[in-house]
Write a protein that binds this ligand. Structure first.
Ligand code: DGL
Length: 264
C-alpha cells in the first residue's frame, strides 16, 4: 500500500486555514502540518527581498523537519513574490495561491471585476501580469487593503473590528459606472474567514471568489485521490510559539509542540 501523503500548508497567520480545511476535506487520509509564520505577520509590511529571504529560509528548515510530499503556500502575499525562488531551490511539488483573476474574468457578466488583496499583492508584477493575460475585455479594479487581514486575525482571536471599519476596506471594490461590479476576487486567504460579514456589508450582492477549492483540486491532481479508510492527522505550529488553541480546535487541528516546528 502507498505511504500516506504528508502535506505542508503555510501562511503568515490564520488565513491559510481556509485553504487547509479544503485540503483536509479533499484528502482526509493525509497528514497535514499547518505552519503560520505569525512572528512576521503581516507579510504585507515586509519588503519583497526580506519576504523572499524569510520564506526560503523557513522552508529550508520546514522541509528538513517534516519531509512533506507537497507544500502549499496558502498566502497570496508570499506566493506572488516568493514562488520562483522556492521552485528554484526545492524539488518537491509546490502549490501557490495567486489572485483568481482568470476565472473571475471568464465568469463576470457585467465585465466589472475587483481584486481585493493586501497592498503588496495588488502591487506585484505577478498580479499585473495576470490582468494583462486574462482580463480579456473586463475592467479590473485592484483594491489593496492594509487592515483587513489584521482585522481577521483580531476577529478570530476574539476582538472583532466594527462593521464601519470592514465596510471602509471593501467599499472601493464596488464600482458602478452604469454597470456594477459582479465579482470580487478574495486575493488574501484571510478574507474568506469574514465571508458572512463581507456579504452582509456589500452595497449590492456580488460573488466573492475564494481560491481554496481550486487549490485543493490542484493538490488532488498532484497527489492523487485519498486512501480509503485511512484517517490522517493535522498539526499546527506558529513561529511565535503562541498557537491560538481555541481557533485551532474550531478547525480540528492540534497544536504541535514548538520544539518540533523546524521554524526559526
Ligand atoms: N494570508 C495572506 C495572504 O493571502 C496574508 C497577508 C499578510 O500576511 O499580510 O495574502
Amino acid at each position: 500500500m502507498a505511504a500516506p501523503s504528508k502535506i505542508l500548508v503555510f501562511d503568515s497567520g490564520l488565513g491559510g486555514l481556509t485553504v487547509y480545511r479544503e485540503i483536509a476535506a479533499a484528502r482526509p487520509d493525509a497528514d497535514i502540518v499547518y505552519v503560520a509564520d505569525d512572528a512576521a505577520f503581516p507579510y504585507n509590511a515586509l519588503a519583497e527581498s526580506a519576504l523572499v529571504a524569510r520564506v526560503v529560509g523557513l522552508f529550508d528548515d520546514l522541509i528538513a523537519a517534516h519531509r512533506p510530499d507537497l507544500a502549499v503556500i496558502a498566502c497570496n502575499t508570499a506566493s506572488t513574490i516568493a514562488l520562483p525562488a522556492l521552485r528554484q531551490k526545492f524539488t518537491l511539488p509546490l502549490v501557490g495561491t495567486v489572485p483568481a483573476i482568470k476565472p473571475a474574468c471568464a465568469a463576470s457578466e457585467t465585465r466589472r471585476v475587483s481584486v481585493l488583496g493586501t497592498e503588496a499583492t495588488v502591487a506585484r508584477e505577478y498580479t499585473r501580469a495576470l490582468i494583462r493575460n486574462f482580463a480579456q475585455d473586463c475592467h479590473v479594479t485592484l483594491v489593496g487593503s492594509k487592515h483587513l487581514a489584521p482585522y481577521v486575525e483580531a476577529e478570530l482571536r476574539g476582538a472583532p473590528a466594527s462593521d464601519a471599519h470592514i465596510r471602509a476596506e471593501i467599499v472601493p471594490c464596488f464600482i458602478d459606472d452604469g454597470k456594477r461590479t459582479d465579482i470580487v476576487v478574495l486575493a488574501c486567504t484571510h478574507y474568506p474567514l469574514l465571508l458572512d460579514r463581507l456579504t452582509r456589508l456589500a452595497p449590492w450582492p456580488v460573488n466573492y471568489i475564494d481560491p481554496a477549492p481550486a487549490i485543493a483540486r490542484r493538490v488532488l491532481e498532484l497527489l492523487g485521490p485519498p486512501t480509503p479508510s485511512r484517517r490522517g492527522s493535522s498539526r499546527a505550529t506558529f513561529t511565535s510559539g503562541r498557537a491560538p488553541h481555541a481557533v485551532l480546535a474550531r478547525f480540528g487541528i492540534a497544536p504541535q509542540p514548538a520544539a518540533a516546528t523546524g521554524a526559526k
